[in-house]
Design a protein. Structure first.
Length: 253
């Protein structure tokens, strides 16, 4: 009996050890950021992402800008990399050739998990004759990370400002230009298109079932119809996806 108890104890210990090793909450260094399947759903994160995205629309590279004594630091979040640009107080580009740094990412996951990733920043010289300044870059795959669901801690040294070091945090928001989505008034010409689409590409309900239809313009790419205004925010997140879904509904007899 004593031997059986010992065996059970060993099995339990090994199970706990294995779960600790594979647990994403234990933290990671480098690697690829998890996709949406690993992420939580949080109204607070969604709102933080919307605010960060809106604030970046007027910046030089559509990135997140943090002011520092003597200038600004802009982080540009692209699908496969994050860039760091420096500017003085007058908005003129500054060289990053002597700057060193790293990014520490905290990605919000399901069940209050937080995934940790660390990336070094490397100097990237601007091509000869290019209008763009040089910058720092980290190879980060973040194509599937949702706006607002990641915090980026930045550490820089050797800066060309009054203070040579800087530490700050930003809320992640993609720097890719977003397709403009607007609501338009219906007219007689929309009747045939509404009859073709029939269903809302977001809810799947009939277009006239929730007070609609609502006409939505997706940039200069086309238009679609929704059953109500509550579906508009979903289209704004992925306009091309729902434009394609609406086109598929129109093609289905």
């Amino acid at each position: 009996m004593f031997r059986n108890i010992c065996k059970l104890g060993c099995v339990a210990a090994l199970t706990v050890l294995l779960l600790w090793v594979v647990s994403p909450a234990a933290g990671q260094t480098g690697g690829r950021c998890p996709g949406p399947a690993c992420q939580a759903r949080s109204p607070e994160a969604d709102e933080a992402g919307r605010k960060a995205r809106a604030a970046a629309e007027s910046t030089p590279h559509h990135g997140q800008v943090t002011p520092v004594p003597g200038g600004t630091i802009e982080l540009v979040y692209l699908p496969k990399e994050t860039r760091v640009y420096l500017r003085n107080a007058a908005g003129q580009p500054l060289s990053a050739v002597k700057v060193k740094g790293e990014l520490n990412l905290q990605l919000l996951g399901k069940y209050e998990q937080v995934f940790h990733f660390q990336y070094p920043l490397a100097y990237q010289r601007a091509p000869a004759g290019a209008k763009e300044p040089d910058y720092l870059v980290a190879a980060v795959s973040q194509r599937k990370v949702k706006d607002g669901y990641m915090t980026v801690d930045v550490k820089l040294t050797g800066l060309p400002f009054r203070e040579r070091e800087a530490k700050f945090s930003q809320v992640f928001a993609s720097s890719l230009p977003r397709t403009k989505v607007t609501v338009a008034a219906l007219n007689g010409a929309d009747r045939a298109a509404i009859g073709q689409q029939r269903l809302c590409p977001v809810s799947g309900l009939a277009l006239d079932s929730m007070g609609g239809p609502i006409k939505v313009l997706v940039g200069d790419k086309g238009s679609l119809y929704l059953c109500c205004k509550n579906c508009l925010a979903t289209v704004e997140e992925k306009p091309d996806v729902y434009l394609a879904k609406a086109a598929k509904l129109c093609a289905t007899k």
